[in-house]
Design a protein around this ligand. Structure first.
Ligand SMILES: C[S@@+](CC[C@H](N)C(=O)[O-])C[C@H]1O[C@@H](n2cnc3c(N)ncnc32)[C@H](O)[C@@H]1O
Length: 295
């Protein structure tokens, strides 16, 4: 069974089966504009092996890793094996030195770059992906005694699941605008932080602030008007709820008492309830809005 080959802040491993259950029947194409480690894609693909999919994210290193797994898995496995052999036999201090060497040097060649991304993900602190304002990866060395750097079985299963998928580095807006009736879009943006100290929005240099949350709500509305089935997850935060309740589009809300797997830096791992918002299977609304629910 294919599953994420990266650890990812906000990863949906635990929630993916529930989201796969909620997916509409018989959609034409699956679109995931905030891909991360792709837990929901892998869960759906397991149920619908022939499902065409468009997978995108603004993180170019992440998308390069997916493309390398899909297109050059042999070379990737070989490179990861070499990295593993150059790291695991070392003592803690020498491992840290090796980690920081690899962190500083970004290779140009795409397979080597993907191997570096996976290596840093496996050996860095908590499997976080965080960049500074210049976009440089800045996660410190982790504390794993025996990390699996080359998980060949997981990479091979992902390679198979990814065949035929379309991948892109893009902002969610452009991808949502390319969706049409009959598609199913799953949106998993960086969360609205529940408190100022729990903020973790720096997967990308630009971050994901309140303006981006409003822009996303507007795209969700536009998908609804065009008859595209969409499901969004976010934190159960009053500001997020009110954004989606502002107009009576009859969206369905479901709060799921399940935390994100990595939800903050340094403030513990308190579970954050998840809020799922969908525009299909919803109650009829009577304001004459052009909402064709295809499912
Ligand atoms: C919560 S994570 C998605 C986690 C994913 N569902 C999983 O299971 O691993 C959010 C993702 O959104 C991406 N992102 C941030 N801003 C974005 C934007 N404006 N457009 C598209 N993707 C963006 C981040 O790079 C990150 O990978």
């Amino acid at each position: 069974m294919a599953k994420p080959f990266l650890k990812w802040a906000g990863g949906k491993r635990l929630l993916a089966p529930r989201i796969a259950e909620l997916a509409p029947n018989g959609f034409r194409r699956y679109i995931e504009p905030f891909l991360g480690a792709g837990a929901v894609f892998f869960a759906l693909k397991e149920r619908q092996p022939e499902m065409p999919a468009v997978l995108s994210d603004t993180n170019a290193e992440l998308i390069n890793a997916f493309e390398t797994v899909r297109d050059r898995c042999d070379a990737l496995v070989e490179t990861l094996r070499k990295l593993e052999a150059s790291y695991l036999p070392l003592d803690r201090e020498a491992r840290a030195k090796r980690y920081y060497e690899l962190r500083e040097a970004v290779p140009e060649e795409s397979t080597a770059r993907a191997a570096r991304t996976i290596f840093l993900n496996r050996t860095g602190y908590n499997g976080l992906y965080r960049v500074n304002r210049e976009g440089r990866f800045n996660v410190p060395h982790g504390r794993y005694a025996n990390p699996t750097i080359c998980d060949e079985a997981t990479l091979r299963a992902a390679e198979e699941a990814l065949q035929g998928t379309v991948t892109m580095v893009a902002d969610f807006g452009a991808i949502c605008r390319g969706a049409s009736a009959g598609d199913f879009v799953y949106l998993d943006p960086p969360y609205q932080p529940l408190s100022p100290t729990s903020s973790f929005t720096s997967y990308t240099p630009a971050g994901f602030g309140p303006d981006a949350q409003v822009r996303l709500r507007d795209e969700f509305e536009s998908l609804t008007r065009r008859g595209v089935a969409a499901l969004l997850s976010n934190s159960e935060h009053p500001e997020i709820r009110s954004l989606y309740e502002e107009k009576d589009y009859g969206y369905r809300f479901e709060a799921v008492p399940m935390g994100r797997s990595i939800n903050s830096i340094g403030s513990g791992r308190k579970p954050i309830p998840e809020l799922l918002i969908s525009n299909f299977g919803r109650r009829e609304v009577s304001r004459g809005l052009a909402m064709v629910a295809p499912y």
